[in-house]
Design a protein around this ligand. Structure first.
Ligand SMILES: [Zn+2]
Length: 62
């Protein structure tokens, strides 16, 4: 399991700028440290994006 940086453990992420998208409601991006999907809660503050369906799918290793 890849935990990323210490800040990620505390749910404070930094997005990859190119990955950031506006979905009409919130900004969504990829964390540059832990590679999780994250959403912007306020300027400079990003939190993990919850994807309830993501964990029901079998992980792919390759
Ligand atoms: Zn992170």
């Amino acid at each position: 399991m890849f935990l990323g940086r210490i800040s990620c453990i505390f749910n404070s992420h930094k997005p990859v700028r190119r990955s950031v998208e506006w979905n009409g409601e919130i900004h969504i991006g990829k964390c540059r440290a832990c590679d999780h999907d994250i959403r912007r809660v306020r300027k400079g503050s990003w939190r993990r994006l919850r994807k309830p369906d993501a964990k029901t799918a079998l992980p792919k290793f390759n």
